[in-house]
Design a binder for this molecule. Structure first.
Ligand SMILES: C[S@@+](CC[C@H](N)C(=O)[O-])C[C@H]1O[C@@H](n2cnc3c(N)ncnc32)[C@H](O)[C@@H]1O
Length: 188
């Protein structure tokens, strides 16, 4: 099972009609569409990506699934977007996804960086309601990927010390390839 499928399994147990959810790295919109389907027309999903092309792809996927009504799409840096959401939406969000790295098939220079990922995670921790779930998938094979994953791991350790429940999942791979890693963190 792919880590993204595992995230979707968790989401289907976590999200209920009417819930609020946030996709901090919308990409092609797979996670946003799963979330928007689960929260239904009475819920709300915010999908953020720094690339206009990613938000356009996400809009197309949401429209095909009949989920545009409950979706808000933002072309923005997630650190800035999440920080500005905090003032009015603290402790309202049931699930937040981060799928780090670059969008396959697009410009690999546009990738997540710890300088914005870490502030975005801090803002995400404020936006989540108690019992809310935070998902972070990090890819470690590209330049900067391992460094970013190490910083996320340190951050996860800190929230665990604050009482969050944190688990990590790493698929077993053959050869020398470094597998991606998924953290699932439940706010206390
Ligand atoms: C691995 S892809 C996400 C895949 C996506 N979850 C999907 O379902 O297709 C990572 C995405 O993060 C976006 N990204 C990179 N830096 C960002 C930032 N600072 N703020 C928001 N999005 C960013 C990239 O444009 C890219 O689309």
């Amino acid at each position: 099972m792919q880590l993204t499928d595992l995230v979707h399994d968790y989401l289907s147990q976590q999200l209920k009609p009417g819930d609020h959810a946030l996709d901090a790295t919308a990409g092609n919109g797979h996670d946003s569409t799963v979330m928007a389907t689960l929260v239904g027309p009475e819920g709300h999903v915010i999908a953020i990506d720094i690339q206009e092309a990613a938000i356009a792809a996400t809009r197309t996927r949401l429209a095909a699934a009949g989920c545009l009504t409950q979706s808000e799409l933002l072309v923005a840096d997630h650190a800035q977007a999440l920080a500005s959401l905090c003032s009015h939406n603290a402790q309202t969000v049931s699930a937040i996804t981060f799928n780090l790295g670059y969008l396959p098939g697009s410009d690999k220079r546009i990738q997540t960086e710890p300088e914005s990922t870490l502030p975005a995670l801090r803002a995400a921790s404020e936006l989540l309601k108690p019992d809310g779930l935070l998902f972070v998938i990090a890819y470690r094979g590209h330049d900067g990927g391992q460094t970013e994953a190490n910083q996320v791991a340190d951050w996860m350790q800190k929230v665990q010390q604050r009482g969050w429940t944190v688990e990590s999942h790493e698929p077993i791979v053959t050869g020398t390839r470094v597998p991606p890693i998924l953290w699932v963190a439940r706010k206390n």
